[in-house]
Write a protein that binds this ligand. Sequence first.
Ligand code: APR
Length: 180
Amino acid sequence: MEKTFSGRVIELVLGDITHQRVDAIVNAANSTLLGGGGVDGAIHRAGGPAVLEECRAIRAERGECPTGEAVLTGGGGLPARYVIHAVGPVWRGGDQAEAELLASCYRNSLRIAAELALQTVAFPSISTGIYGYPVSLAASTALGAVASFLTTETVAPTRVSFVLFDPVTFATYAGALDAL
Ligand code: APR
């Protein structure tokens, strides 16, 4: 499923983000940048030690990555050239600026991609796993943030994929994309 915004495509894919042959995949990281479970674990397993080494170097230089922000590393053993590690908000009921922090994860990741003139970027469903963010709320916030970036920015990727790991999450994003 896909939709075009100012000539740039948002597409939904049911699959594993570590298999995506794109310029950059986005990782749902934590602020330590030292790996974890979920998609973070899968990306570090597939990317190998080179990715973690770059994360350690960034952390040594800049400290932890604040929620809502993102950093760039190479892709290591992944088919993707780069990994953008974004730190999503933990869901705390919805009155701790979670929606704004989630939107800035997507915006800041796309800014990094635009600075490198990357054409294809793949996102997982950030924060909707271990961080407990309700998928329907996350889907509309994430898609809205990406659509507005593609519509308003002069430099942006031509194709942004959301790679969803299960059919229920896929269907929820499909409904949210339809409603955009
Ligand atoms: N490809 C695509 N999506 C995946 C993959 C994969 N290989 N593995 C998991 N997912 C999906 C999950 O099913 C969920 O829909 O990614 C989404 C985000 O879930 P998490 O990986 O749990 O990420 P998040 O909820 O943002 O929690 C981040 O979890 O792994 C730790 O270090 C990470 O502390 C951080 C926290």
